[in-house]
Design a protein around this ligand. Structure first.
Ligand code: GLN
Length: 523
């Protein structure tokens, strides 16, 4: 790589990862756009059951990165994990295709769909943390360009995410249930294109500034010296694993009992939210398991602690942000005037606003970080996260005022929801790509993908929590409450998110100096 390329612009490898991830997200979001409709309109599931399957699927895809991250760090390396993850996901999409092809035989179609979902969940676990880790490894550990690199990468994510619902919706959601299969087939082909591009070009472009290939399997010596997550030679590691597993089982049972009784079911475990319980239990134990690793130095441990603290705060971001697919869609459907010059825009179109805004704003943000970086006034990563949370709060504040005094029969201007998505996207760009970058900068190389998976784990938790919060959406003037906060109107509902993300932003901002210190020189 030329000095020129190092000083200006970004390595070509970034654009290879950009293209690969763009196709993978095309596949992921294309399938997701059709999935719910397919269950309801082709397999004739009832809405409630279909929503449960949908929620479990989107929660689990962010849980399996722990497995894929662990295997990559310890045995396979990023490249092999991305390849197999991609193949297994393509297989999952083709199983969805065969399921849709046989929708008139519900028994067979259901079986194929569940197999397909399992493949997608497993494959994503191997693909997502590993591709995200590789982006940062194209640079020197403390290269200032990482934040803008991840922002460019994020643009690739959203080009795929923005286009695929349009394409897969066009070929698959035609009103004829026999057509769903074409959407799933497109998603499968998109995934294969991603794998192919990656495989053909990886050796040429994926290297460090010194020309060393990245993402290969860890060397044998590194394995025995450093990777003692379950190292036979270290007695502590078995004990640690055992205690952590016991902790997961204990918490899982505890949460299952509670969830069962929350939902008002008669006996201990009936009605339990098994998947939610598993996600919360693993979400608590996994960080403890990692931080107790004896091979970590003090500095490494403190940096990992920063990753955990930030991952905790972003749970509040995603659980408010992910209302997009839930309560904000109800709002778009029922209380937003979507008439544009005589054309009634479908409520589902709001789903692509975010992706469109990311693609248009991401280059500006990448430029902004670069410019501020050159002048030495770029905010630190924790401060950027706090700004992201603050913007999220502001987005909800805008809409809260838009709906003040509006009753459930009135519709408000499309500008309110558009403004909300615009502000939220700015927040997302301060938080999400920067979060990937921060994890990459702070994680010791031998735990790089596993810690990336912890970042995604906060998404799994947030998605579950988002569902609970969405259930507080006001209906017919009935008052609902959460920890003493009463919700009767839309204004109350949106103010909940203003307060939740606003308080999180203020606390994170207050902690930022301390976090910067713990980061030990990494910005
Ligand atoms: N939309 C982004 C993606 O699909 C971020 C998802 C997330 O971290 N919640 O990768």
């Amino acid at each position: 790589m030329s000095t020129n390329e190092i000083k200006q612009g970004h390595p070509k490898g970034l654009y290879l990862l950009f293209a690969t991830e763009m196709w993978e997200r095309f596949s992921y979001y294309g399938m997701r756009a059709l999935f719910m409709l397919f269950m309801i309109k082709a397999l004739l599931f009832d809405k409630n059951f279909a929503s449960q399957i949908y929620g479990s699927y989107t929660g689990l895809v962010y849980l399996t990165p722990l497995l894929g991250g662990y295997i990559a760090d310890r045995y396979w390396g990023n490249r092999r994990s991305i390849f197999w993850g991609g193949i297994v996901m393509a297989l999952g999409q083709f199983l969805m295709f065969f399921s849709a092809l046989n929708y008139t035989d519900p028994g067979l179609a259901k079986y194929l769909m569940y197999l397909g979902l399992c493949s997608l969940i497993l494959g994503n676990g191997f693909f997502k943390p590993n591709i995200s880790t590789m982006v940062g490894h194209l640079y020197e550990p403390n290269d200032r360009r990482k934040d803008s690199a991840y922002t460019i990468f994020y643009m690739g994510i959203n080009i795929g995410a923005g286009l695929s619902p349009l394409w897969c919706g066009f070929v698959g959601d035609t009103g004829n249930p026999a057509d769903f299969k074409w959407g799933f087939l497109s998603a499968g082909i998109g995934m294969l294109v991603g794998v192919l591009v990656f495989e053909l070009l990886k050796n040429k472009y994926l290297s460090t500034p010194q020309g060393e290939q990245i993402g290969l399997a860890p060397k044998k010596s590194a394995l025995t010296e450093n990777l003692n997550l379950i190292d036979e030679t270290e007695p502590n590691s078995k004990k640690r694993l055992f205690l952590s597993l016991a902790g997961v089982v204990f918490l899982f049972l505890l949460f299952s009992v509670n969830f069962g009784s929350f939902s008002g079911s008669a006996t201990l475990f009936s009605g339990a939210d098994w998947i939610g319980s598993a996600i919360y239990a693993i979400g608590i134990m996994m960080p403890l398991f990692i931080i107790a690793d004896k091979s970590l130095t003090k500095v490494e441990r403190l940096r990992i602690l920063v990753i955990f603290i930030i991952s905790f705060f972003v749970i509040f971001f995603w659980s408010a942000f992910e209302q997009a697919g839930a309560s904000l869609t109800f709002f778009a459907d029922e209380q937003t005037n979507r008439n544009i010059f005589g054309w009634e825009m479908p409520a589902s179109y709001f789903q692509s606003f975010n992706a469109i805004f990311v693609v248009t704003l991401a280059p500006l943000f990448a430029l902004l970080w670069s410019l501020l970086g050159k002048r030495g006034v770029e905010p630190s990563s924790p401060v950027k996260q706090a700004i992201g949370l603050f913007l999220l709060s502001m987005g909800y504040l805008v809409i809260a005022f838009g709906v003040r005094g509006v009753d459930s029969h009135m519709k408000v201007s499309i500008l309110w929801l558009t403004g909300l998505y615009f502000i939220h996207t700015m927040g997302e760009l301060c938080l999400s790509p920067i979060g990937l970058s921060i994890v990459n900068k702070l994680a010791p190389a031998r735990f790089a993908s596993l810690l990336m998976a912890v970042w995604f784990l906060s998404n799994a938790i947030a998605n579950k929590f988002a569902g609970t919060l969405s259930g507080l959406y006001p209906e017919n003037g009935v008052t609902k409450s959460i920890i003493g906060y009463q919700i009767t109107t839309l204004y109350d509902f949106f103010m909940l998110f203003v307060v939740m993300s606003g308080v999180a932003a203020i606390i994170l901002f207050g902690l930022s100096k301390w976090l910067e210190k713990l980061m030990g020189g990494i910005k």
